[in-house]
Design a protein around this ligand. Sequence first.
Ligand code: FES
Ligand SMILES: [Fe+2]
Length: 343
Amino acid sequence: MTTTAFARNQWYVAAYPDEVGDALLARTVLGEPLMLYRTGAGEPVALADRCVHRRFPLSMSRRDGDRIVCGYHGFTYEPSGACVSVPGQTRIPRTARVPSYPIVEQDSLVWVWIGERDRADPAAIPRAPWLDAPGWTTVRGMEPLAARYGLLVDNLLDLSHETYLHGGYIGTPEVAETPITTETDEDAGIVRVHRRMKDVQCPPFYAQSTGIDGRIDRWQDIEYHPPCLYLLHSRIAPTGVEPRPDGDDSVACHAEIVYAITPETETTTLNFWMVARDFAVGDEGVSQYLAASNHTVVMQDVVALNALEKVIAAEPDGYQELSINIDTGGLAARRLLGKLTGA
Ligand code: FES
Ligand SMILES: [Fe+2]
């Protein structure tokens, strides 16, 4: 069964850095309403979006410098969540504090820790260095899903669907025809799925962006770091062009397709998508093409997954799916998620 259970005590992407600024941003992660903003010194802050007094959303309140003044009766909070002023009295109740969340900006992503504060270890956040590395250009977006996050995990771990759902963009017949290999690194908690295609058609997404004309070797190497970070290392080269024996692969084009899969509620998901590339770097026309084309692909998935969520909501208990070879990556991911959620 595709899970709706949440993995707590984990890092999740809550926003892109440019979304966290002077304004008070409301975001829900794992069912917890958060409010994010940036202090005058540039530090991101995540507080619970609920005033301790009568629950007014702090995201509907106002700033006084780095402090937040509740828009209902004026309780005033520091970035730490401590209340420093209440109306009509000088004594501030000891329990007047809103929870604050550990928050880290890394690789042009804003990560928050959902769980017990003292277990938050920033070193455990998985990396996606291409997103803001020199020599790479990234396009990105976020398209919310009216579907449980497990459906997006299934979707991204089985790219054979590209042939059917994304034909004319990233799908070609060979994607579904080429078998995959799946490995699970139990200690690191990572699923890897490889699909190496030789002498295949180049889909428009890559033909138009790389300028490669003719048949290609196309590698899709997935790395899923449950629960939140999904990386697709995509290598595109004219057929027969291999990496050099010393590992130098500058002759090929590389795209790093990154998703942050952040459960919002049990049946909705924040679906952050990014495409970083090491070719046509800085070419604005290629950036516009890839952003528009990938947005179309993402929306094709959104429509499909939103439909699946409706089907699941209407089906009888105990409905059994049927799985085949293409599902080994998705099943491995579900198993690792099961360990994290205790399911
Ligand atoms: S609800 Fe915030 S001060 Fe009353
Ligand atoms: Fe897709």
